[in-house]
Design a binder for this molecule. Sequence first.
Ligand SMILES: [Zn+2]
Length: 92
Amino acid sequence: MYELKNHMEIVVQQALQDYLRQNTITCSCEHCQADIMALTLNRLPARYFVSLQGEILTQIESQALPDQARIMAEVVRAAQQVSATPSHPNNQ
Ligand SMILES: [Zn+2]
């Protein structure tokens, strides 16, 4: 099964986990983490590649990715935004 995957999504997921290990936000439930991912990914360029059963078939041009500092800055921005206004009631 051929799949399209977004390399940026993998990189952002990693950056978000790093951020959450070092910082406490109002809520870090799955819903809020998904909101943070969505906000971040909407602000960064997508980098799709073709994968077949987990195997990467298309070479990723990693130099085409924005640098780590830019990605982390977007993660922090999104985390603060979601933290300030979570999209679910506080008791969840
Ligand atoms: Zn939450």
